[in-house]
Design a protein. Structure first.
Length: 268
């Protein structure tokens, strides 16, 4: 095929007309490979077909939208959860924490019915109860969106503190109700609870929040919970005399957190 391809043949070729004979199709493609003019004419034909196709699609879509009933706008009574405050992974961990507190409450009530003299398990676990939720506040191991969150301008200590506040807002009321049910005032465990939470955040900068929370919980269980159950005595660390020490520890850790806040964007 030495002559240029006719407009009609180009139109059939662009439309993929199955009636075009294989030898003619091969000849046209061979000619197009070496003829820039015919390739330019073919592009014009294809562009015209594409515009016509898009126009027809638009007409059909507009007709379908006009025929459809308008969507009902539903008002949200509660705002959608934001990644700055909470992540989906929080739910199972907070549920586990609440379940743990309820189990401790059941143990205390059962012991009270039998008249046994044992320290309240709710009080013993209260200082470290929020650590399960704190461990999920900022970690790539548990949050699928961690890499995206780290890249945002709001990442860092502020976001960690917001997520930790959500944990405390959920856990502390549960602990308060459980404590009152067994006659234990929040004054005994609230300050140690805040101190352990602050320590977990501070150590999380060094070893990661999950490791920090796990290490502190294990240390408390080994040094305080176990011996208290064995000796059937409430530890000195959970008496009113120890509250100034817990307050001082919380203040010191808070100062450390504030002074090192710029490095918390790198938490893993």
């Amino acid at each position: 095929m030495n002559a240029h391809i006719s407009a009609r043949a180009l139109g059939r070729y662009a439309a993929g007309d199955p009636a075009v004979a294989p030898d003619v199709l091969w000849a046209m493609e061979t000619h197009l490979e070496r003829c820039a003019g015919c390739r330019s004419r073919l592009a014009d034909v294809i562009d015209g077909d594409a515009v016509a196709l898009l126009a027809s699609v638009r007409v059909r879509v507009d007709a379908a939208i006009s025929a459809a009933a308008p969507a009902t706008v539903r008002r949200r009574w509660m705002p959608a959860p934001s990644g700055r405050w909470v992540t989906p992974v929080f739910v199972p961990w907070l549920a586990t924490t609440v379940l743990m507190v309820l189990v401790a409450l059941g143990f205390d009530l059962a012991v009270a019915d039998r008249g046994a003299a044992l320290p309240s398990l709710v009080v013993l676990l209260a200082p470290v109860a929020p650590l399960l939720g704190v461990a999920t506040a900022w970690t790539r191991r548990l949050d699928a969106a961690h890499e995206l969150v780290v890249a945002t301008a709001r990442a860092g200590l502020g976001m960690v503190l917001r997520r930790t506040l959500v944990v405390l807002v959920v856990v502390i009321p549960v602990l308060t109700v459980a404590g009152w049910s067994v006659g234990a005032s929040p004054a005994r465990w609230l300050m140690p609870c805040l101190a352990f939470t602050a320590c977990a955040l501070a150590l999380g900068k060094v070893v990661g929040l999950p490791r920090a929370a796990g290490a502190l919980a294990l240390l408390w269980a080994t040094v305080v919970v176990g011996p208290s159950i064995v000796t059937a005595r409430l530890p000195v660390l959970l008496t009113e005399a120890a509250l100034p020490g817990w307050a001082a520890l919380t203040a010191v850790v808070a100062v450390v957190l504030a002074s090192r806040r710029s490095g918390y964007a790198e938490l893993r």
